[in-house]
Design a protein around this ligand. Structure first.
Ligand SMILES: Nc1ncnc2c1ncn2[C@@H]1O[C@H](COP(=O)(O)OP(=O)(O)OP(=O)(O)O)[C@@H](O)[C@H]1O
Ligand SMILES: [Mg+2]
Length: 240
């Protein structure tokens, strides 16, 4: 039987046979404000809280303070786990200043190579079992051609697999497509799409597991709510 990393997000694990298979790369996509970051925060926090598994949250978009503040508004107190060495919230903005190439510095960007160098040290030091990269979209803008991006993303994904860490890659996708660069959904082992709709006049958030390797999963579109303590998926409700 495959070992899995449960998300412990109410209603979700039962759709994906218990969680993300160990060592896999999982893509979370959705438009702005669709709760991608909240999903990543909960995945990491719950790993430390319920499974005693250390994790790293790498943020390229938001400052550490902003993530801590968002987490704390859902009652998730990261600092306790940080003190215990079970969670690392890392603002890559700071890291870029410390170890970027001049081009990265000039543009305020980070490449996969920079991320990899950073992770090489940090993964063994932290013993992390879970990783969130928020977001892939922000790394993508570093590359001038899609060819180069594909090649580097492929290399990065091989690095993650060799590291045997269970990763969430967050990607901003608007419209009907499944990915931003047309490649990440093939590299990833799973794809969960978050969305919202108001076509019926009623505003609804939705979650669809579009793909999951090594897993018999539920492929239907389910509504979810953001409650005071985070995401709550309705596994028995389906949106046709
Ligand atoms: N208690 C709540 N009830 C409903 N919605 C909420 C609540 N608290 C926050 N939200 C909304 O939840 C959304 C989730 O935000 P989050 O930052 O996770 O989205 P995101 O997909 O990462 O967005 P972005 O693409 O901008 O990074 C936000 O739009 C926020 O306004
Ligand atoms: Mg976000």
């Amino acid at each position: 039987m495959t070992n899995r990393k449960a998300t412990h997000i109410p209603g979700l694990d039962e759709l994906i046979n218990g969680g993300f298979p160990d060592g896999t790369i999982n893509l979370i996509t959705g438009p702005p404000g669709s709760a991608k970051s909240l999903f990543g925060i909960e995945y990491l926090y719950n790993g430390a809280r319920f499974d005693d598994e250390p994790g790293i949250y790498l943020s390229l978009e938001e400052s550490r303070e902003s993530i801590l503040r968002a987490a704390s508004s859902y009652g998730l107190q990261f600092e306790t786990f940080e003190k215990e060495g079970k969670a690392y919230l890392i603002d890559l903005g700071k890291m870029r200043v410390e170890c970027s190439t001049s081009e990265e510095l000039e543009w305020g960007l980070a490449s996969f190579e920079t991320l990899q160098d950073f992770l090489k040290n940090h993964l063994s030091f932290s013993g992390a079992k879970r990783l969130v990269l928020d977001s892939l979209t922000a790394v993508g803008v570093y590359y001038k051609s899609s060819e180069l991006l594909r090649r580097e993303l492929f290399k990065f994904s091989r690095f993650l697999r060799d590291a045997n860490i269970t990763t969430i890659l967050i990607s901003e996708v608007t419209g009907s497509g499944d990915s931003r660069y047309g490649i990440e959904e093939f590299i990833a082992d799973s794809l969960i799409k978050l969305d919202y709709e108001s076509a019926t006049g009623e505003y609804r958030r939705t979650l669809t597991v579009k793909k999951m390797r090594f897993t018999k999963h539920d492929p239907l579109k389910h509504p979810f709510l953001i409650m005071d303590n985070g995401i709550e998926v309705s596994p028995d409700e389906v949106i046709g």
